[in-house]
Design a binder for this molecule. Structure first.
Ligand code: PLP
Length: 370
């Protein structure tokens, strides 16, 4: 019995027949791009997240690039963000010609430390791009306070956090724009690529909708140039079908997370904390361990193969460094997390046998057995 951090096939296996039927229906419909299923998905996501507008796109990276583009972010502009994120966040900023200005994460929750933002604001600063990493909510109250004070845009990267909320407000609806990824391993995954942009601002919405398809409006008139970032009907149909299970999926992930938190008892492991008054959607259950290499080797011996999110800060990736602004001296928490983080399996369909084995193996681990 081998155990991995993710198993994207399990959600498909759980509802195999239904998913195959949904795909067949699209094949038979003769409509494959931006049609009924896509519109239905956009409408359901709007209702689910209580947001005025939603535009589907090809993937989560496009969602970020398009958002930055239509806000007018361009060469020479600076975007304040974190380096403890998927490389995609940084790639998107650099792709529109702007410069990611990297600040540290907070020690407790690993999200953008809002106390460090004001220091980095100057005339070139155009936006703040917080990432709700692992499904943990950023401190949106403080981030919005700062953004309003300096008149900055806020784009929330919710690629890992669909369903996360602060009190009863979903992430992605605090700032000007929220972006979502439907990559198969995410909280709400397709069986291919997909993404979505949400906004309560109708002007922004109209621009995004046009930009997604060559700049066209619904009558195919244009004012500006756009690109092609359309979601296809097959992925939308799969997502529409899975939507009825979405809340159950989130519950199940939270059940697994709570089991880890209450049953893992090992002083060499630091378990995640959940921000007060928030719902954590647990895309990733990340633990910290001082001797990660040793721990990984130990787990491997027990057939547990874990992934790391992320063992490099974004700007440490070759080709990215020169495009980012950062000072390693100011990134103590980010560096510490990237050196010690490790992702435990948390997905729908994770069997109780596997879950109990993981907990037992971790509880038997002794850091000093070297
Ligand atoms: C997955 C992810 C993205 C990019 O999404 P894709 O659909 O893979 O393009 C962006 N930001 C974060 C934080 C992510 O986890």
């Amino acid at each position: 019995m081998k155990i991995y951090s993710f198993d994207p096939k399990t959600e498909y296996t759980l509802n195999k027949k239904e998913i195959q039927k949904a795909i067949l229906n699209v094949l038979e419909s003769g409509k494959y791009i931006l049609s009924d299923e896509v519109r239905k998905l956009e409408n359901t996501i709007k209702k689910l997240l209580n947001v005025k507008n939603a535009v589907s796109v090809k993937n989560g990276t496009d969602a970020l690039i398009i958002s930055l583009k239509i806000l007018g972010i361009k060469k020479g502009d600076e975007i304040i963000t974190t380096s403890h994120t998927a490389l995609a966040t940084t790639a998107a900023i650099i792709n529109v010609g702007a410069k990611p200005v990297i600040i540290d994460i907070d020690k407790e929750f690993y999200t953008l430390d809002s106390k460090k933002i004001e220091n980095k604001i100057n005339k070139k600063t155009k936006a703040i791009l917080p990432v709700h990493i692992y499904g943990q909510c950023c401190d949106m109250k403080d981030i919005m306070r700062i953004a309003n004070k300096y008149n900055l845009y806020v784009i929330e990267d919710c690629s890992q956090a669909l369903g996360s909320k602060i009190k009863n407000k979903y992430v992605g609806t605090f700032g000007d724009i929220g972006t979502i990824s439907f990559y198969p391993t995410k909280n709400f995954g397709a069986l291919g690529d997909g993404g979505m942009i949400i906004t309560n601002n109708s002007k922004i919405f109209k621009k995004i909708e046009r930009y997604r398809e060559y700049g066209w409006d619904r009558k195919r008139n244009t004012n500006n140039v756009g690109i092609n970032s359309r979601l296809d009907e097959i992925q939308a149909a799969i997502l529409n079908l899975k939507l009825k299970y979405f809340k159950m999926y989130l519950k199940e992930k939270n059940r697994i997370a709570k089991k880890y938190i209450s049953e893992i008892k090992n002083l060499s492991i630091i378990l995640p904390k959940i921000r007060k008054n928030s719902f954590h959607s647990f895309h990733i259950f990340a633990i910290l361990t001082k001797s990660r290499k040793h721990f990984l080797r130990y787990l491997k011996k027990h057939n547990i193969f874990l992934s790391i999110h992320y063992n490099k800060l974004t700007f440490e990736n070759k080709g990215y460094t020169k495009n980012c602004e950062f000072s390693k001296l100011e990134l103590k928490n980010s560096l510490n997390v990237s050196k010690s983080t490790l992702s435990l399996p948390i997905y729908n369909g994770l069997s109780e046998i596997k879950l109990n084995k993981i907990i037992k193996v971790i509880n038997n681990y002794k850091q000093d057995d070297r």
